[in-house]
Write a protein that binds this ligand. Structure first.
Ligand code: AMP
Length: 145
């Protein structure tokens, strides 16, 4: 199948609604949380990275275990005692992909090539949930079977 044929398939124009992991089920932290809290949420949830929200439930970035550990890396050891004094905001990555609830599956697929998850927002920029690479691949798998 050529790229052109694939592009014209209705799959690419499908809406993403049904694929979204709802915000109630998404592990997240807030900007002003200390890093020890963020690390706890990351370890307990088992995810490498999770979204960062502000107090109005808007997406501000994402934070990963690697960013946290990097931020406390001293010359010879991890300075764990600093975890409580650094905020999530100081360490998070603010450059993350985000899409609206009405984005097409094609747009989500392209975005997911470089990002394990995409934050989904409504028309007021409130956090709706995430779209994971797993759910995108699962749909493609169903479609081509
Ligand atoms: P997956 O495609 O299921 O492996 O998910 C990709 C990435 O999305 C994970 O590595 C996490 O960073 C993030 N993720 C998936 N599910 C959740 C969740 N329920 N809460 C927070 N982050 C999640």
């Amino acid at each position: 199948m050529t790229i052109e044929t694939l592009k014209n398939r209705p799959l690419m124009n499908k809406e993403i609604h049904d694929l979204i992991v709802s915000h109630e089920k998404v592990a997240h932290v807030q900007l002003q949380n200390p890093l020890d809290h963020a690390l706890l949420v990351l370890i307990k949830s088992g995810y490498t990275a999770i979204p960062v929200l502000d107090k109005d439930y808007r997406v501000q970035g994402q934070i990963s275990k690697t960013e946290i550990l990097d931020s406390i890396l001293g010359l010879e050891r991890l300075e764990m005692e600093r975890l409580h004094d650094i905020t999530v905001e100081a360490v998070m990555n603010p450059k993350i992909p985000r899409l609206n609830t009405d984005a097409t599956f094609g747009k989500a697929l392209t975005t997911s090539i470089s990002h394990p998850f995409i934050c989904i927002e409504d028309e007021y920029e409130a956090f709706v949930g995430i779209l994971t690479r797993r759910s995108i691949l699962a749909l493609i798998n169903r479609y081509f079977k």
